[in-house]
Design a protein around this ligand. Structure first.
Ligand code: CUA
Length: 336
């Protein structure tokens, strides 16, 4: 008995790691809610079947022990035929029920496609972060950000998914289904978040060394708060006015940073999208795709030793001259 209890305890241990992680069974979006309903239906039907099978097996055991006979008479043959036929019919029925329920769930997931999207976002997977391009017919309302997906509550979000390197997979468990992000292939995913809040998502296809630290945050806000965020993100960076951040802008411009990072509206701003757009870096809660919080100490550590925080990350370490790191931090902390 003690050994059994220990085994049960050991079996529960892996579940302890689930605390605080996103769960598809705690839905906050259209797709996740439909998928969770399908899961509970399948679980309930399977549980009933399991109980019936166990009960039948126990009954057969008791009855068989009382009056066992190696050969069946005619009535017995007929009973056996009925039992086997009934079991086959029940299996078919359950199979049809599950296929029907899965088909209806699929149809409800696809229903979002037929509604006009409130936001269209290009999601580009990189080793190991997410580039997010908010598209708009007006170019002054289009912008790029990274790793934090803001969406309006109740609005249909159309995501166009692609990858620059290897296969990734986009998944916000609380919000909707998973979709692979494949180089050379454009996949589309429609989502709708039904309540305001913040949820974690992650890359769910092994994509190399830092696959585990390719996180994504979704923040659902009421329409007016989302619009304020959107206008703020589309604006160029505010130029620094104090001497220290001004010096920091010079440090940024003369370092390798602009070869990969863009700061829109700054003379120091780069031109490629090899790395996250930094125009409004401080509006994000984490850095390095959710690896560490966006706080000055972590930011300094990330600049000086990215490999220490996220081994294998494609950001090279930077060794600033004395005083330059503080100036650079002051500049980056001003990118709100
Ligand atoms: Cu990207 Cu795993």
């Amino acid at each position: 008995m003690r050994a059994l209890r220990l085994h049960l305890l050991a079996a529960l241990l892996p579940l302890a790691a689930c605390g605080g992680n996103p769960s598809a069974l705690d839905p906050a979006g259209h797709g996740a809610a439909r998928i969770a309903s399908l899961f509970w239906l399948m679980l309930a039907v399977s549980a009933v079947i399991w109980l019936l099978v166990v009960a039948a097996a126990l009954a057969a055991f008791w009855v068989g022990r009382k009056r066992f006979s190696p050969s069946l008479d005619e009535a017995g043959e007929r009973r056996r035929g009925l039992v086997v036929g009934g079991a086959v019919a029940a299996t078919m029925l359950v199979l049809v029920l599950f296929i029907g329920a899965a088909f209806l769930t699929d149809r409800e997931l696809l229903a979002l496609e037929r509604q006009p999207p409130a936001v269209e976002i290009e999601v580009i997977g990189h080793q190991w972060w997410w580039e997010l391009r908010y598209l708009d017919a007006r170019p002054d309302r289009s912008f790029t950000t990274a790793n934090e997906l803001h969406v309006p509550v109740g609005g249909v979000v159309k995501l166009s998914l692609s990858s620059t390197d290897v296969i990734h997979s986009f998944w916000l468990p609380n919000i909707g289904p998973k979709r692979d992000v494949i180089p050379g292939r454009d996949n589309t995913l429609w989502l709708r978040v039904d309540e305001p809040g913040t949820w974690r998502g992650r890359c769910s296809e092994f994509c190399g060394y830092q696959h585990a630290k390719m996180l994504l945050t979704v923040i659902a806000e009421p329409a007016d708060a989302f619009e304020r965020w959107r206008v703020a993100q589309a604006a160029p960076a505010t130029p620094p006015s104090d001497p220290l951040p001004k010096q920091g802008e010079q440090v940024f411009a003369s370092s390798p940073c602009p070869m990969c990072h863009v700061v829109r509206g700054s003379p120091a701003g780069g031109y490629s999208a090899n790395a996250p757009d930094l125009t409004h870096l401080m509006s994000r809660t984490t850095i390095a795709a959710g690896a560490v919080p966006n706080e000055p100490g972590w930011l300094a550590g990330w600049i000086v030793d990215p490999q220490g925080l996220k081994p294998g990350a494609h950001m090279p370490p930077m060794v600033p001259a004395p005083g330059d790191l503080q100036a650079l931090l002051a500049y980056l902390r001003g990118l709100r």
